[in-house]
Design a protein around this ligand. Structure first.
Ligand SMILES: *Cc1c(COP(=O)(O)O)cnc(C)c1O
Length: 361
């Protein structure tokens, strides 16, 4: 028997389950399980990757200066307060590593993103799950759950997998009400799908206890390259830069992200297509007796009658080559999360759900 054991907390982590991408025996498969952009990556980003192939023998930038400048230009943010990571997942993990340890508490919500709990446990801290109200972040419940041991509070706004969102004044009330030793992390992975919203950037600027995280994995279609960023008070940026790997982002990833963030047309086109097809899909599912909350992301949380029906629906969709996401692990056993695909994919999924509901099962 080995005496080699990991740090306490690590064996309590349930390994993250990614969205499936294959169905045995089905050729024409549509993957709607990972909230990926149905239009892929912008051509400018693909071209930047091709160009970066010349320099693969060189170490990448350690300070991500060009990418931070581009993000700062496009979003009107101070590049000195930006920190880039291997997906926003890395930023979330670094925040846990830096600010939470044994005896500390990390708050996440009932249907919050899995990485918050994983990051807390990996750091040896105690995750604290707070109830939501009708699948929506409840600021009063979070404030009531705060203790002197609270170090981090994670909310995603819009949230995944619920798609719901809370208003800016509610987010501000949360930031105002936190204990002095706690940092609020606003995960804005889907904020580009909400027109005219800053994701909390202005809130970050006015205070020293709020961090916003963003990603290139969703609307920018670069999930395979792993690039995310955080906008944070100077004291937090300084801390994260001390612990992150000096070469955490590869040259092709940096180049692609820089090209993507400068492509404003891409953003507008993808957001408009998503808004249109999301409304269409929600209505089509509702017409088949499958309701959903108004979603602000690039996915819909479809509510079936119960767990058995959700699983049967998922099995039927799979048999039709449609891969969606089961979300029982997010305390939503009666739901399926369906990424908003292109028009053909949305039509296929709506048709299949209709067949399922009409008794094709
Ligand atoms: C997809 C997603 C992320 C982004 O993860 P990356 O590591 O940037 O790919 C972050 N938060 C939430 C809630 C997400 O759904």
């Amino acid at each position: 028997m080995t005496r080699i054991t990991p740090q306490p907390g690590i064996m309590r982590i349930a390994p993250y389950q990614g969205g499936a991408s294959h169905v045995a025996g089905v050729a024409d498969v549509v993957k709607l399980s990972s909230n990926e952009n149905p239009f892929g990556a912008p051509e400018a980003a693909r071209e930047a990757v091709r160009r970066s192939a010349r320099d693969l023998h060189r170490y990448p930038s350690t300070d991500h200066g060009a990418l931070r400048t581009a993000i700062g230009d496009v979003h009107g943010l101070d590049p000195a307060r930006l920190v880039c990571g291997v997906g926003s997942d890395e930023i979330l993990h670094l925040l846990c590593q830096a600010y939470a340890g044994p005896g500390d508490e990390v708050i996440h919500t009932e249907h919050g993103f899995a990485i918050y709990r994983i990051g807390a446990l990996a750091a040896g801290a105690t995750p604290v799950e707070v109830p939501e109200t009708r699948r929506t972040t409840d600021v009063d419940a979070i404030l009531a759950a705060c203790t002197p041991a609270t170090r981090l509070v994670f909310i995603a706004n819009p949230n995944n997998p619920t798609g719901t969102m809370i208003a800016p004044d509610e987010v501000r009330r949360l930031a105002d009400g936190l204990p002095e030793a706690a940092l609020l992390v606003l995960d804005a992975a889907y904020i580009e799908y909400v027109e005219g919203h800053d994701g909390g950037a202005a809130l970050v600027e006015g205070r020293d206890n709020v961090v916003m995280t963003r990603t290139f994995s969703k609307i920018y279609g670069l999930g395979g390259l792993r690039v995310g960023w955080g906008y944070a008070p100077a004291h937090v940026v300084d801390v994260l830069n001390r612990i992150r790997g000096p070469f955490n982002l590869s040259t092709p990833a940096l180049a692609a992200a820089e090209a993507a963030v400068r492509d404003a047309d891409w953003l507008a086109r993808c957001r408009d297509a998503n808004t249109r097809m999301r409304a269409w899909l929600a209505e089509a599912l509702a017409a088949h007796g499958v309701p959903s909350d108004p979603s602000h992301g690039n996915f819909i949380l479809a509510r079936l009658g119960d767990r058995a029906e959700a699983e049967a629906c998922d099995d039927y969709l799979k048999s039709q080559g449609l891969i969606v996401r089961r979300v029982a692990g997010y305390n939503l056993p009666d739901c399926l999360r369906i990424t908003v695909g292109d028009e053909a994919a949305c039509r296929r999924v709506a048709h299949a759900v209709g067949q399922f509901r009409d008794g094709a099962r």
